[in-house]
Structure formats: C-alpha cells, structure tokens
Design a protein around this ligand. Structure first.
Ligand SMILES: Nc1ncnc2c1ncn2[C@@H]1O[C@H](COP(=O)(O)OP(=O)(O)O)[C@@H](O)[C@H]1O
Ligand SMILES: [Mg+2]
Length: 332
C-alpha cells in the first residue's frame, strides 16, 4: 500500500525553545481518512504546516507521497490542498466569486473554469446559494465553501485543520457527509486535525493521539478503545445478597477478568461485553440470582486519552475563542 504521509523523528522547535513536535514517527496509508487528535497546543497545526510545506522541520524527515517536504515542496504543493483553521474565503463577495478566484490561483484555464466550479458546488451541495454574499452564510456553509475551493485543485490529499471547530452538530454532520463522499468519489486521502473525540471516532479510519508534541498512541478507534483494557457489565441485584460461591462461579468463566460486588451491584470486567453477557446471565440464573437491571460501559476515546496522556481532553476555552473569531470575520 502506498504511503500518503510519512514522518520520521520529526522535531520542530520555535524560537530555539518551544518544542512543538518532539520526535514524531507516523505513517498514513493512501486512501484513508486520518485523524490527528489532541488538545490545544499539542502540535497538530505545526505538524500539518510542515506536511504542507509552510514550515520547515528543525530536524527529522517528512514525506508526502514520497516527496520530501524540505526538498520537493513544489511537487507537494501540486498534489495537496490545505484548509486552515482560520477562515480562508472572502466574505464581501459571493461564494461563486470566491471559487472563481481560487480557480485562477490554481491555474484552471478559462475554458474549463465554469465546469470545474459547477462540479465542486454540486459536490458540496451549494448550488442554491452560490450567488449570495459569503457574509450571509452560516458557519457550516462557509466551511463547505472552503472545502469546495480546496477541491478545485483536485488534491490527492486534503489537509483540514480543525474542520468543524465552532460548528453546531448538524452543520458538522453536513460537512462530514460531503467530505466522506468527496473521498469516495476522488479516491483521495483526508488528513484532519481535531480535538473532538466523537469526530475522530465517527469519521476516521485511523487515529493518532498527540500530546505535548509526541504521538502517544496510533490505531483505529476500535483498537484504541480495546487497548484501554476491558469493558464493564453492571448487574443490578436488588434485595439479593450475593455469596462468595456466586462470585467464584462468575470469576471462573474464561471470558471474565474481574468481579466486584458492591451496593447491590455486581460489576464484571470482561474483554468484550457483547460476547460475555449471555454466559454470565446463565451463570447467575443457575445460582438463582436474577439481575433486575443490566448496563454495559465501553471505553471512550477520552478514556484512551486519559490512559496514554494522563489527562482528559479539555478544550472548551479554545472552541469559544475560535467561534468568536469566525463570527467576527463573518461580520466583516
Ligand atoms: N509561530 C509560533 N511561534 C512560537 N510558538 C508557536 C508557534 N506556533 C505554535 N507555537 C507553540 O507550539 C505549540 C504547538 O502549537 P500548535 O501546533 O498550534 O498546536 P495545536 O494545533 O495542537 O493547538 C504550542 O505550545 C504553541 O504555543
Ligand atoms: Mg491548531
């Protein structure tokens, strides 16, 4: 499988003292949707700016489709599109006029411009609003216009820095539906930064968790969650005492890792709750202990982050800050 992105021992130090990237090793396969997940200040934007040749690394190497970011910048710029975290369209002109400017920047000749613009407008579902001033767009529409502009270049890989920051859930969903279909239609690779766990969880094939300039864990969402250890099934057992023989019987199942009885609740730690549940119910029935209530908890990416980074993802301040900036820009 061809690699879309590769980084080896990548380090970036700002001003000789701020270590934004601290030895990053990374491989992203072509055709994947890849999420770089981490809190504010983790180094996400720095890594993306190095990969898109806007910044030079302090040491280490990085490649995009086997082109070296330091020595083959112009080749890379021909095959990537980059959508920054900040707004990248003009608000005092229409969506269509923005696309026209980008079409010229990308060197699309005048004969094919119309068709290219129509195509990206359609794929972002924006034909109906193309002649309205961007100032009147919602946050989600602005983001979709930015993506449409980026798609004009027909990138092999699309880099998005915090693509849905500050958007409400339905606008986020709309942006992702469009991105997903773009990826399918163009067989492109998508590389995005985010601090939204659910976004990484729902839309990526592969996730790298970054904290303080280091990649702390890499894998699919399922792999990451499984790596936390196990899942917990809680049986509510009202009014019944649970004897040691019951605990022993449950514990003896090969699917069970641990059993705790506390406050009328029997908590059973297992590898996979869906698989283990029926056999534990059977054991309890056999011992004459009926469960009144059953609940299962699976680890979330936040638990993964907690395990490997030692802290929870905390970004509330940042979101409101960026939302405010985007609102301000929209007002003109
Ligand atoms: N141009 C810069 N000059 C100095 N420090 C910077 C610069 N850009 C980012 N940093 C610092 O580098 C670290 C990583 O920043 P950044 O890559 O923007 O993280 P993220 O995108 O994950 O929020 C932070 O400590 C940030 O303050
Ligand atoms: Mg950033």
């Amino acid at each position: 499988m061809e690699l879309a992105v590769e980084a080896r021992s990548l380090v970036k130090v700002y001003d000789g003292r701020i270590k934004a990237l601290d030895g990053v090793d990374l491989k992203v396969e072509m055709g994947k949707v890849f999420a770089l997940l981490g809190p504010n200040g983790a180094g996400k934007t720095t890594l993306m700016r190095i990969l898109t040749t806007q910044l030079k690394p302090t040491s280490g190497e990085a490649f995009v489709f086997n082109f070296d970011v330091v020595h083959h910048g112009s080749e890379i710029r021909r095959i990537v599109s980059y959508i920054p975290q900040e707004m990248s369209v003009w608000t005092d002109i229409s969506g269509y006029e923005n696309l026209l400017i980008y079409a010229k920047i990308y060197g699309i000749d005048s004969g094919s411009r119309e068709k290219a613009i129509e195509e990206v407008l359609r794929s972002m579902d924006m034909e109906g609003v193309k002649d309205n001033l961007v100032r009147t767009y919602s946050g989600g529409m602005v983001r979709r216009l930015e993506i449409a502009c980026a798609l004009l270049a027909k990138p092999k890989i699309l880099f998005l820095d915090e693509p849905t920051i500050g958007l409400d859930p339905s606008a986020r969903k709309a942006v992702w539906e469009k991105l997903t279909s773009f990826k399918k239609d163009f067989e492109a690779t998508v590389f995005f930064n985010t601090h939204y766990m659910d976004e990484a969880d729902l839309y990526s094939d592969e996730i790298a968790i970054i904290n303080k300039g280091k990649l702390v864990k890499l894998g699919s969402s399922e792999e990451l969650k499984h790596s936390v250890g196990g899942e917990v099934i809680v049986f509510g057992i009202n009014g019944n005492d649970v004897g040691e023989d019951v605990l022993e019987a449950v514990r003896s199942s090969s699917l069970v890792k641990d059993v705790i009885f506390h406050n009328s609740e029997l908590s059973v730690v297992v590898e996979n709750a869906e698989i283990a549940l029926p056999s534990i119910i059977d054991i309890l029935k056999g011992k004459g202990v009926p469960a009144k209530k059953i609940s299962m908890t699976k680890p979330t990416l936040d638990d993964v982050f907690l395990k490997y980074a030692g802290t929870r993802l905390d970004t509330i301040g940042r979101i409101s800050e960026v939302t405010q900036v985007r609102r301000m820009i929209r007002r003109g």
